[in-house]
Design a protein. Structure first.
Length: 68
């Protein structure tokens, strides 16, 4: 799953650590999500959506080739 987390974070001039503290995860978790090594749980995805005030579908994008 692709995501726009790095772009959204950069628009707010937040570090990975800043974002991690706001949603209660480690900086390493943010890095793993941004690089596509880890897909967040639904509760975490919704927490991110609430923080950025946009729907999760605008942050986390399904790959077109996945067939999902």
């Amino acid at each position: 799953m692709r995501n726009r987390l790095k772009v959204l974070r950069a628009e707010r001039d937040w570090t990975q650590e800043d974002l991690a503290k706001q949603i209660g995860v480690s900086r390493q978790a943010i890095n793993a999500i941004e690089t596509g090594k880890y897909d967040p749980s639904l509760p975490l995805a919704f927490k991110v959506g609430r923080l950025f005030r946009i729907p999760v579908e605008q942050i986390f994008l399904l790959d077109e080739d996945s067939g999902v």
